[in-house]
Design a protein around this ligand. Structure first.
Ligand SMILES: [Mg+2]
Length: 462
């Protein structure tokens, strides 16, 4: 039993209190018994006990007392300790007092004097148990309430967290949808499955290619969009992709309605775990305008020399002019010896530097009004000079071959020389000979270039 329990007994007769004390002692182990004769003191004592942290589970009170009646005393105690079980002792059957006590003090039981000891003990035991049971239920209720409140708090917290996460997700979704929309509208993008079937195309891609989206989805990418490309070009791209590598390059495509457009295209494999190929993604950049400018241009972007296109018109014009003026022309084409080996070993950037250096050399050597220098292919150059005598042309050819070697650009992978060298074919055009076409002159110079190479390179052939 709770060690804080006190049973309060109030009676104006000392003998009654004595007999209560005697009969009850030892019946409720751990529970104290407080006996009060003066009912005015009883309230005071009840307050003191509660203030000390004790509990009053049961109050036993006589009915007939001087001053106040038992029901009034119990009502006063009930106001102080509302949970206490109240028991009234009545000397005569006074139903009036019992009724009042029931109404005002929540009377638990009344016991008639003289009482039967067992009945008294059982009654108080019942009162005590009822109090303890109530207290237990109340404690359990409080615990349940606390548990419930805790759960409610957790639910609220989780709800708030979920709401915040949802808001974040919605915002992220909105942003990524915006990005997807921008990509769709402005980026030429196409996704292809492993078998080559188109699974996604952007709106921008559709506009540029002239196809409707539904005309492309499910169709074979290569057959539908590369129809104007050569087999070998497609094979080159496929081979790169099959190695799991990204292919990129400039391609001239044709739209559905036959318009040509140029793109810089990047096709990369969509990999899982860096090996399993799911499909491919093609991203194209429209470079039609850039290509148009290039086509109008007469200079080669890398070396600044005249380009192949301008070469044709200049050669044609100069052949006619020299014939009219009775002048002699020297036409040479040359290329860099073992240039592929150079690129393979030093990289394309270094290769480009060599070409630029040769371009500068040509510009420095041939500055006269009727001298023309061209880059006509990868590592292939051409020179057109107006000369007075054939030996002047030969000297120019020999000088150029020597000058390139004298640049001392280390090669390291050429059996001809430690340095970069060239092989040159020379064709003289005399005003006396039968008229020749641009193609003839070119082919004949090219044949001599071939002979210069066959003859060991780093030389010229006239
Ligand atoms: Mg009395």
């Amino acid at each position: 039993m709770n060690a804080n329990y006190v049973i309060l007994c109030i009676d104006d007769e000392e003998t009654i209190l004595d007999s209560l004390s005697m009969e009850l002692s030892g019946c409720f182990p751990g529970v104290e018994l407080e006996l009060v004769q003066d009912n005015a003191e009883a309230e005071e004592l009840a307050r003191e006990l509660l203030a000390e942290g004790l509990e009053i589970p049961v109050v036993v009170c006589d009915y007939i007392m001087p001053g106040r009646k038992g029901d009034e005393v119990l009502a006063a105690i009930h106001a102080i300790a509302p949970k206490a079980r109240t028991v009234m002792l009545t000397g005569q059957s006074s139903l009036d007092g019992v009724t009042k006590a029931i109404n005002r003090a929540n009377l638990y039981r009344y016991i008639a004097k003289p009482w039967d000891r067992d009945d008294l003990i059982l009654t108080l035991q019942g009162a005590l148990e009822s109090y303890v049971q109530d207290a237990t239920i109340q404690r359990q209720n409080a615990e349940l309430k606390e548990l419930n409140e805790g759960l409610e708090r957790k639910v609220e917290e989780r709800t708030a967290e979920l709401r915040a996460a949802n808001a974040e997700l919605a915002e992220a979704n909105r942003t990524s949808n915006q990005y997807l929309d921008i990509i769709d509208q402005h980026v030429l993008i196409c996704r292809i499955d492993k078998a080559g079937a188109i699974v996604y195309v952007s709106e921008a891609f559709c506009r540029k290619s002239g196809f409707e989206r539904q005309e492309l989805i499910g169709r074979n990418y290569w057959q539908t969009l590369y129809f104007n490309l050569s087999e070998s070009r497609i094979r080159e791209i496929m081979t790169t992709l099959e190695r799991g590598e990204t292919w990129q390059g400039e391609i001239r495509h044709q739209s559905k309605d036959g318009r040509d457009y140029w793109v810089h295209e990047i096709v990369s494999p969509d990999l899982v775990d860096e090996s399993l190929v799911l499909g491919f993604t093609s991203i194209r950049q429209d470079i039609t305008d850039k290509k148009a400018v290039e086509e109008l241009s007469i200079t080669d972007a890398l070396t600044g020399l005249y380009n192949r296109r301008h070469f044709n018109s200049v050669l044609e014009r100069e052949l006619g002019r020299a014939r009219e003026d009775g002048q002699r022309l020297a036409f040479a084409i040359f290329d860099v010896d073992h240039f592929k080996a150079y690129n393979d070993n030093h990289g394309h950037a270094a290769g480009d530097e060599v070409l630029k250096r040769i371009g500068r050399l040509l510009n420095e050597r041939y500055r006269r009004g009727r001298d023309y220098v061209f880059r006509i292919g990868g590592e292939e150059f051409a020179v057109l000079l107006t000369v007075r005598r054939p030996d002047e042309a030969e000297a120019a050819a020999a000088g150029l071959v020597a000058a390139v070697e004298a640049l001392e650009l280390p090669h390291g992978h050429s059996p001809v020389s430690p340095c970069i060298t060239i092989s040159l074919g020379l064709r003289l055009i005399s005003p006396d000979e039968a008229p020749v076409t641009v193609d003839q002159v070119f082919t004949e110079a090219d044949t001599r270039l071939y002979r210069a190479k066959a003859g060991g390179r780093n030389r010229y052939v006239l």
